[in-house]
Design a protein around this ligand. Sequence first.
Ligand SMILES: Cc1ncc(COP(=O)(O)O)c(C=O)c1O
Length: 386
Amino acid sequence: MFDFDTPVDRHGYYSSKWDIKEGELPMWVADMDFRTSPDIIEAIIKRAQHGVFGYTDIPDEWYDAYISHWQKRHNVTLKKEGLVYSAGVVPTISSAVRKLTTAGENIVLMTPVYNIFFNSVKNNGRNVLEAPLVYEQGRYHIDFDDLERKLSDKQTSMLLLCNPQNPGGIIWNREELARIGELAYDNGVTVICDEVHCDLTYPEKEYVPFISVSEKCRQCSITCIAPTKAFNIAGIQTSAAYSENRRLRHKIWRALNTDEVGEPNVFAVNATIAAFEKGAPWLDELRDYIYQSALFAKKYIEENIPMLSLYPSEATYLLWIDCSKLDCESINIAKKIRSLTGLFLSDGNIYGGNGQSFVRMNIACPRSYVIDGLERLSKAVRLMAK
Ligand SMILES: Cc1ncc(COP(=O)(O)O)c(C=O)c1O
């Protein structure tokens, strides 16, 4: 039994999320307010106690930890030679954009999607080509004709895919992923598949690893995986890039190394091994806790804030809240909610697509914060409706 209920005071630890005004409640950036698994804490303390903090190599145990975790939890066999160390998923994506595409080329984003994808593309002088998800009757689906048009554009060289998808918590199914892989492969487009949220599916739900789907998916892609989201160790800055395509793997390895993000800090290896080798009991309780919070939020919103509706997520600890019944065309809703109640959410428009009429709420925190957040949200909607 792990304790997810007792608040952990994060003041004084330079937390980005908690750099807020007094009385505010931060439910924006995607990190959790929980202590990580005790096994990870122990591994980090042990490493710190050694007291010598020189350069670190990647040992076999690091590869074994990824391989056995993906085998046990996701039923897919990773090849050791496919794994490349990286200091983070965003560093991998930005390196891939810089080193695998050319300035001015199109990079396709299936929007709404993780806002930093836009930064990785634009900051490197590439062109964002949105293939917006279609939102019908409260659900997203892919417009494959539109996606095909965008991927077959000769200026398109890359697709950034988020699987499961942030912000909606969508688990893409095998057929959808197979079609994406086929379109990308047939058009010579490289897929960077960000699977950082894959261990945070709701209980009984399982994501589909892109590389498990087809030979085309394997050959056109680089997958980004990490223990950081699931185990709340994002500040350790560690991940892996994985590709079964020999050339792509070589290119991403060169990209990461020439961008100087291919080497671990002293805690990265030990924390990763502890997470994947010993963290499963903690992770399963966490998933259940998050799921219960999501169910609580759904009921609360249905009963108390009927102007809003919750996207039916199946993964992540993020709620994607449809505010389209509010008059939100001309305002930044999250900013308004923050100024009225101190509740700090992410504004949907940063994710592109139809995100403008949504807010994203991070519920990876004690239930008491979730309740406080929902009460503030309810108050904000009442005040905005006046
Ligand atoms: C989809 C997605 N990818 C990547 C990241 C960040 O990964 P990293 O900290 O390894 O750069 C996040 C963080 O919220 C995310 O949601």
